[in-house]
Ligand binder design. Structure first.
Ligand SMILES: Nc1ncnc2c1ncn2[C@@H]1O[C@H](COP(=O)(O)OP(=O)(O)OP(=O)(O)O)[C@@H](O)[C@H]1O
Ligand SMILES: [Mg+2]
Length: 506
């Protein structure tokens, strides 16, 4: 008879592992059996003790730490912020390594979001520490489980988790569907969240690239915005609220509203379009501003029209009549904006636009409130080139020389240039559009010259109004006026006689 040891030694490796598995299986089965008996017959206290003890024993030999992040915690109605952040982080960082992914259209997200599927395991590396993430499910509740070696406990709990949550939040903000909020009066859908803003999805195609603007100026504005959006720590260090104010001014059709859309697209911010004329009073204004979220641009268009800029005087007048709090005042606006900016942590950009910068109260636009004043003006030749590229897809043409000459002596807003370059029928080719544009430029030039003539005349007439005439000239003109009238009277009389004679001869 062969002894079992020798036979085991002679067995091929596969057979050997099969035998080992079988032994392990039977040991496990026996253990489960014993455990079931213990569970059934042991008193509760003893069971708890055994469980705790076994955990401690495994903890001693098992060098890994596990952290779970549940989808719903406590109040089950609300999804955990940490879970959503981890989900966003993992979907962007592991979608390349995970083999089973699920694609979903998430609420408030602008595109399809890929995330790891249930029970899929992915690894991540953080400063040399290796971690594993698994998406698990227990009793229909999903949770992420993070596993790492206990020697990395400090680095993971102190830094890695923060890094995951912060990056996840940023990814969520980047991927979210952006919104355009307005406070215009009109019907509002009844909602359980009584908010004062109504919103639509913001999908404006404007970008700085497609804007007709002096290239230097464009670069400066983009750099200013990007620097601002990345300066959280800087603002915190200097003890200043994280805000920046822009004043955009210039004639109608020079791209003020377009630039606001381009700013929002560059930074990925929402827009709050504040219609001041629809705001009842300072209290309502305060509520509206408090409801704005971070990463947003608060816009007040045509600030000169929407607010009585002689606010101070009016307020005094109103106070005399006893209703000083009844309306939105300049000082109210300034106080609330300053107050809001200093009270809220998140970044905010505030933009005012106007056609008449000279009408604005200096208090409204002083540096610190409106940090950057940007003038948008008539279209330059560089601006035209951007528009020609956008509208006609051409970067150069023999007609450009003529256009450059004409643009040097003609004022045309980018909105008019854009309109003239726009093909008007499916058969319009770039040449036709450029010819149309040249024609429009020539007309604008003629019109400009005519207008200038009229202005000169008007100016002269104004300068020589009768009260300013020399006394001799005054007398002379009175004399002439009298005689001219008398001459006319004589003419009329002669005419009457003539007609009378002709008629009586018949
Ligand atoms: N600088 C520009 N670059 C590209 N397109 C422009 C520019 N300025 C104006 N446009 C075009 O003209 C249209 C009108 O411009 P926009 O509404 O931005 O002007 P605005 O300065 O806000 O005028 P208003 O003072 O009347 O509000 C836009 O839809 C855009 O297509
Ligand atoms: Mg506008």
């Amino acid at each position: 008879m062969s002894n079992p040891r020798a036979s085991a030694e002679m067995l091929p490796p596969t057979m050997m592992s099969q035998q080992m598995l079988a032994t392990m299986g039977s040991t496990l089965a026996s253990f489960m059996f014993i455990w079931a008996i213990i569970r059934q017959y042991c008193p509760y206290e003893l069971r708890r003790f055994l469980e705790r003890y076994s955990h401690r024993v495994t903890g001693y030999f098992y060098p890994y730490i596990k952290i779970s992040i549940h989808e719903f915690t406590g109040d089950r109605l609300k999804r955990s912020e940490a879970y959503s952040a981890v989900e966003a982080y993992l979907s962007s960082n592991t979608s390349k390594s995970a083999k089973r992914l699920k694609a979903e259209m998430v609420k408030d997200s602008s595109n399809l979001v890929l995330s790891m599927d249930e029970y899929e395991r992915v690894t991540d590396d953080f400063r040399g520490a290796k971690v594993w993430w698994v998406l698990s499910k227990s009793q229909e509740k999903r949770f992420y489980k993070l596993t790492f070696h206990k020697k990395y406990r400090d680095i993971i709990t102190a830094d890695y988790l923060n890094h995951v949550v912060n990056e996840g939040k940023e990814i969520r903000v980047r991927n979210r569907q952006r919104k355009l909020y307005t406070n215009s009066p009109g019907y509002k859908w009844p909602s359980y969240k009584q908010t004062m803003w109504s919103h639509i999805v913001f999908e404006h195609p404007a970008t700085f690239e497609t804007m007709a603007l002096d290239p230097e100026k464009k670069k400066e504005i983009i750099e200013d915005l990007v620097t601002f959006s990345k300066s959280k720590d800087f603002y915190a260090r200097i003890g200043k609220a994280w805000k920046r104010g822009y004043l955009l001014y210039g004639p109608p059709g020079t791209g003020k509203s377009t630039m606001i859309a381009a700013m929002a697209n560059l930074l990925g911010y929402d827009i709050y379009d504040l219609e001041l004329t629809a705001v009842k009073d300072n209290t309502e204004l305060r509520k509206l501003l408090i409801e704005t979220t971070s990463k947003s641009i608060i816009v007040i268009e045509d600030i000169d029209c929407s607010l009585d800029l002689t606010g101070q005087r009016k307020k005094r007048g109103a106070a005399e009549k006893g209703f000083s709090e009844e309306e939105v005042t300049l000082s109210g606006l300034l106080n609330f904006i300053d107050g809001l900016w200093s009270a809220c942590g998140g970044e905010r950009v505030v933009v005012f636009t106007t056609n008449y910068v000279e009408k604005l109260d200096p208090a409204l636009i002083r540096r610190g409130r409106m940090d950057k004043h940007i003038e948008l003006s008539y279209c330059t030749f560089d601006g035209f080139r951007v528009l020609a590229k956008n509208y006609l897809r051409i970067e150069s043409h023999e007609m450009f020389e003529e256009i450059e000459k004409l643009m040097g002596v003609t004022k045309m807003t980018p909105a008019d240039v854009a309109e003239n370059l726009m093909p008007k029928s499916p058969n319009d080719n770039p040449e036709k559009c450029l010819l149309n544009f040249i024609q429009a430029l020539e007309e604008a030039m003629e019109e400009g010259a005519k207008k200038k003539d009229e202005e000169i005349k008007e100016h002269q007439i104004k300068r020589f109004e009768p009260s300013k005439f020399h006394p001799t000239v005054k007398k002379l003109s009175q004399f002439l006026e009298f005689h001219l009238i008398r001459k006319e009277r004589n003419h009329l009389h002669l005419l009457r006689l003539n007609i009378n004679q002709t008629l009586s001869r018949r």
